[in-house]
Write a protein that binds this ligand. Structure first.
Ligand code: SF4
Length: 214
């Protein structure tokens, strides 16, 4: 199967079987999504969703967050990975939104990456989720799943994988393909023991052809 065929096959499968895939982070507005995505680095969405209700109640907008102490924010997020750094980032994030962006979450990568705690991956998530921009955030799931299926070849870094995926996925599907690959990695193509026998795209998977077929 050619690479082009792999893309065609798995994108069609996902379109048919996961037409409404979306982020599992719970949020009500762009500010809350940005905070949740920053918190989700090296942490599960499930854990973030347990933490954010109280956090959002105490710090409902960028202005209030910008005036908070790092110590108080820490108390709300201490069960999340890297709470010290993330507490600092969140206060800085509140300040940046208020001082540079009028309290709004900007929707360009270049603006987003100036905000504390926001790197390229987070900026890609924000712009694709909030604005359907054709940006691909490559996290650990996307990186692993894409390589196993054979959608990426010899991609050594997330950025290399991102470039290959963007070059091959039709522009209008990039924003949802991000969720397809994440959810497939989270529930089927698990890191240690991929559930190949119940996987709907095994027919186009390079890993399956190499390791699971007699
Ligand atoms: S066949 Fe296995 S390795 Fe390939 S995508 Fe499915 S679960 Fe992952």
């Amino acid at each position: 199967m050619t690479k082009k065929d792999r893309y065609k096959y798995c994108l069609k499968y996902f379109q048919q079987n996961m037409p409404n895939a979306e982020t599992e982070l719970i949020y009500d507005n762009p500010f809350q999504l940005l905070v949740a995505v920053v918190l989700s680095a090296q942490c599960t969405d499930k854990r973030v969703n347990l933490t954010t209700p109280a956090l959002f109640e105490r710090f409902p907008n960028p202005d209030i967050l910008s005036k908070a102490s790092v110590e108080e924010v820490f108390l709300y997020i201490k069960s999340i990975s890297y709470p010290n750094n993330k507490a600092k980032h969140l206060v800085g994030l509140g300040k940046a939104l208020v001082e540079k962006f009028g309290g709004q979450v900007p929707l360009t990568i270049n603006e987003l990456i100036t905000i504390p705690g926001v790197g390229r991956k987070t900026a890609n998530v924000i712009t694709s989720v909030l604005d359907n921009q054709p940006n691909m955030a490559v996290d650990t799931h996307v990186f692993r799943v894409s390589a196993r299926i054979g959608l990426t070849t010899n991609a050594k870094t997330p950025l290399a994988a991102e470039k290959q995926l963007i070059a091959n996925i039709p522009k209008q599907l990039v924003h949802i393909a991000h969720h397809w690959l994440i959810l497939h990695g989270r529930y089927v193509c698990l890191a240690r023991t991929p559930k190949c026998e119940e996987c709907g795209i095994s027919a186009c998977c390079k890993f399956y052809a190499k390791h699971c077929m007699n």
